[in-house]
Design a protein around this ligand. Structure first.
Ligand SMILES: [Zn+2]
Length: 332
């Protein structure tokens, strides 16, 4: 019973500390009277030696709280304690405004630039099959180039996460006849170890232009022009021979390093250049695979979009784009 009384005392103390109106006090008082009655009834069942101690404690509790109720009634009646539930003078908590992720921002910038240049936008599924991701891009199952673009499988060997958005181009060509100019932006996946310039999931913006008389000079102009519209006229773009199974001839596309202005730094590994895209004239086997003539002319390119926000916002490491580091985002 000693513990029970201590508990009642504690609970009542808490209730009284929050009461701010006479009505609330009356409810507590009425409940207290009921509790007292129950305690006296319980006490009668105790053995004589415990009964004396319990009686004393119950009386102490009764006297203490009756005095408190009396004091509080007087306080409330005098208006010394008034009810305050809403304080309009309190400053509101700071509202933090979110921002669009740098990858999405640069992706939208690219889309706008290409739309200005007359391109349409095509989207496709991230979960692909072997046929659209490899085979129709001139990479049969035995082709060694598949190793460079190895991906993650949901069901081996046919259901996979696309390793590029070139499969969107295949789907587009199957459904349309030339001439056309499209870009296909989106997320792609590769079995790449994470380092300063690689992550297993990244964004690409690929382009495809097919039509009569389309040539390598058109490709060089389109890529240089789009890069300059984003990064400014002082940007240098260079093309060097490269190999891709789906284009012939193929080119690797480098941009002068924005971090160091081409002098050489950690991000560009001291070269002054950064590899940002791959491009080339579409291979006749690819055209044939989608039902076009082998004589069809067209070029394709693919920007590794993760590199561009790094350069645009001057972020030294690609993996920072996927770490929720608030202090970094606040600077952008
Ligand atoms: Zn550099």
């Amino acid at each position: 019973m000693k513990n029970q009384i201590a508990k009642i005392k504690e609970e009542l103390g808490t209730k009284l500390s929050t009461v701010s109106a006479a009505d609330g006090l009356a409810v507590i008082e009425s409940s207290f009277k009921k509790t007292m009655k129950e305690l006296f009834t319980d006490m009668k069942a105790l053995v004589p030696e415990d009964k004396r101690e319990a009686g004393q404690l119950i009386n102490e509790l009764k006297n203490e709280f009756e005095a408190k109720f009396k004091a509080m009634r007087a306080e409330l009646a005098s208006g010394a304690k008034t009810e305050v539930t809403l304080d309009l003078s309190i400053a509101s908590p700071e509202f933090v405004r979110g921002k669009i992720h740098p990858l999405i921002r640069v992706g939208k910038m690219m889309e706008d630039v290409y739309k200005e240049m007359g391109f349409s936008i095509a989207y496709g599924p991230e979960v692909e099959n072997d046929k659209h991701n490899y085979e129709m891009l001139n990479m049969p199952y035995y082709h060694p180039a598949r190793d460079m673009q190895d991906t993650f499988y949901l069901e081996y060997p046919n259901v996979l996460l696309r390793s590029h958005t070139s499969c969107v181009q295949i789907r587009y060509m199957l459904a349309h006849k030339p001439p056309f100019m499209i870009i296909s932006p989106g997320v792609v996946y590769r079995v790449d170890e994470i380092d300063m310039q690689h992550t297993p999931c990244f964004y690409q913006v690929e382009g495809l232009v097919v039509g009569e008389g389309i040539n390598l000079a058109n490709l060089k102009w389109a890529m240089t022009e789009s890069a300059k519209r984003i990064f400014g006229d002082s940007l240098q773009v260079r093309f060097s021979p490269c190999y891709y199974p789906y284009t012939e001839p193929s080119a690797a596309v480098d941009m002068s390093c924005i971090m160091c202005g081409g002098k050489g730094c950690r991000t560009c590994k001291g070269t002054g250049w950064m590899r940002v895209a791959g491009a080339g004239m579409v291979h006749p086997n690819v055209f044939e695979g989608v039902g076009y003539s082998r004589e069809t002319q067209g070029f394709a390119f693919g920007w590794g979009l993760n590199r561009l926000p790094m350069l645009y916002f001057k972020i030294a490491e690609m993996r920072k784009l996927f770490e929720n580091e608030i202090s970094l985002w606040e600077q952008l």
